[in-house]
Each structure stands twice: as structure tokens, then as C-alpha cells.
Design a protein around this ligand. Structure first.
Ligand code: NAI
Length: 259
């Protein structure tokens, strides 16, 4: 038989924040590799546009209107995704928000807004996906992949972004604990750390000449990353090519953090 480790035919993936940017790049990669995909996002128009793109790959695709900062909404959306697509093999907790300010001016409200979406919601998303994966493993169908979009701000100093950086580092610890705990079920947990990526989140920075010169000018690949740059890593971690790969953090930043 031909060696096709990245063929996702028969696998189902959920991607939170899958209607734009990095999440959409991941979702499109998964669909192109043969997976059925459910994306979760808040904006109905963006969900509809992303769904069109996913369906063009000829696989089952679903878009759910979900606010992941609401625990009950995450619980319901995981159940709904399961009901629509039958199983979940890969769950990518990618939804995230920025929100920085000088430390001395940061409010608890700003802190909670970021930590709720970027940390609490990852916990809820992982927990609900893991319940299904563990139950399935106990019935003899082992396996599953949990992936979170962290950030190089987890390992760099990120000025005026204490909340954001704390959440992105927090999910790395969450991944390692989860990886050890769920390994017996064949379930992996990993993190991707993007560098500077041209998405809605970085719109303001993309238009800032000094930033382009000083930060992007230091990226060895000499460009902003794009959502599509995350298709390959999503396919890899969703696929059977990564069944022994767990508890890891993969930096995808065009070489920025090693230069
Ligand atoms: P984006 O703004 O294009 O996408 C963010 C996604 O998260 C959207 O789909 C949005 O609907 C979703 N989202 C946000 N809050 C949500 C909520 N409460 N409920 C449901 N969905 C919600 O930005 P981007 O860059 O694609 O962000 C994706 C992830 O990548 C985030 O976790 C972000 O922190 C991370 N990241 C981005 C970097 C960049 O340079 N763009 C660098 C490092 C990490």
C-alpha cells in the first residue's frame, strides 16, 4: 500500500477561530488533506465565507456561531459538532484575542477579557474534546490530537502584553500536563507558536512602517507569515504521521526567534 501519512480521509477536525487568519489556514489545509471540518467563530458573515472555501475541497464542512468565552457555549458547540460530524479526531483551540496596554494602566477587566478567551476557553475546549476522545478510547478506538495556537510571546518578552503572554505561556503548561495524562489513550496534545502573522489581529502593525522595518526586517524569511503557513502543521498534528509526537511546542515564525 502507498505510504500516505498525511491523508486525513475519514478524520474529523474542529478548529476554533477557524473563520479567519491562522485558523482558516489550518482548516483549509485539513479539508484539502481530506478531513471533515467544523469551524467555530463569532461572526456569521465570516463563518459563511469560510464555509464556502472549506466546502470547495469536497468534504463535509460545518460552521458554528460560538463565543468561546462562554463555557456553556463551548460545551454545546462540542456536542453539536459531534452530532453533525459523528466523531472528533483533532481539536484545535485557536481562537484568541489581543489586547495590550502599559502595565501600570492595565485594568482587571482588560486582563480577564484576554485570559478568558486565550486560556479559560482553551481549557473548556480541550476538556470537552477530551471527554469524547477518552470515551472513544475506552471503547477500543484509541487516538486523537489536541492542538493549541500559542505564540512566540510565550517565550519572548512581550511589552504591554502581560495578559496575552501569560495566556500563551499558560497553554504550553496545559499542553504538557494533558499530553502526559492522556497518552495512555493514544491522545496527543501539542502547541504551535506563531511569530508575526498577517491577520486581522496584526492589522495595525502591518500598516506601521517602523514596525515593518524593525521587526519584520529581522525575520530571516523576510516577510510576514500568512494563515496558509499553518496548513501543514495542522495536517501533520491531525494525521497519523504524528501519533508518537506529544507534549511539544512548535515555533513557526520564519526564523524570527532564533535570529
Ligand atoms: P484573527 O483575528 O484573524 O483570528 C482570530 C480568530 O479567533 C477569529 O476567527 C475570531 O472569530 C476568533 N475568536 C476570537 N475571540 C473569539 C471568541 N470569544 N469566540 C469565538 N471565536 C473567537 O487572528 P489570528 O492571528 O488568526 O489569531 C489566531 C490565533 O493565533 C490566536 O490565538 C492568536 O493569539 C494567535 N497568534 C497570532 C499571531 C499573529 O501574529 N497574528 C501570532 C501568535 C499567535
Amino acid at each position: 500500500m502507498a505510504f500516505k501519512p498525511f491523508d486525513l480521509t475519514g478524520k474529523v477536525a474542529v478548529v476554533t477561530g477557524g473563520n479567519s487568519g491562522i485558523g482558516l489556514g489550518m482548516a483549509e489545509g485539513l479539508a484539502a488533506a481530506g478531513a471533515d471540518v467544523a469551524i467555530w467563530g463569532r461572526n456569521a458573515d465570516k463563518n459563511a465565507a469560510a464555509l464556502e472555501r472549506l466546502k470547495a475541497h469536497g468534504r463535509r464542512a460545518e460552521a458554528l456561531a460560538v463565543d468561546v468565552s462562554d463555557e456553556a457555549a463551548v460545551v454545546d458547540a462540542m456536542a453539536e459538532s459531534l452530532a453533525r460530524l459523528g466523531r472528533i479526531d483533532c481539536c484545535i483551540a485557536n481562537a484568541g484575542v489581543g489586547g495590550g496596554a502599559p502595565l501600570t494602566e492595565q485594568t482587571t477587566e482588560q486582563w480577564r477579557k484576554v485570559t478568558t478567551v486565550n486560556l479559560d476557553a482553551v481549557f473548556w475546549t480541550f476538556r470537552e474534546a477530551a471527554k469524547h476522545m477518552v470515551a472513544r478510547a475506552e471503547e477500543g478506538d484509541k487516538g486523537g490530537s489536541l492542538l493549541v495556537t500559542s505564540s512566540v510571546s510565550a517565550i519572548h518578552g512581550a511589552p504591554q502584553n502581560q495578559a496575552y503572554a501569560a495566556t500563551k505561556a499558560g497553554v504550553l503548561a496545559m499542553v504538557r500536563g494533558t499530553a502526559v495524562e492522556l497518552a495512555r489513550h493514544g491522545i496527543r496534545a501539542n502547541a504551535v507558536l506563531p511569530g508575526w502573522i498577517a491577520t486581522e489581529m496584526t492589522e495595525r502593525l502591518q500598516k506601521w512602517d517602523a514596525f515593518n522595518e524593525k521587526a519584520i526586517g529581522r525575520v530571516p524569511m523576510r516577510r510576514w507569515g500568512e494563515g496558509e503557513d499553518f496548513a501543514g502543521i495542522a495536517v501533520y498534528f491531525a494525521s497519523d504521521a504524528s501519533t508518537f509526537h506529544t507534549g511539544d511546542s512548535v515555533v513557526i515564525d520564519g526564523g524570527y526567534s532564533i535570529f
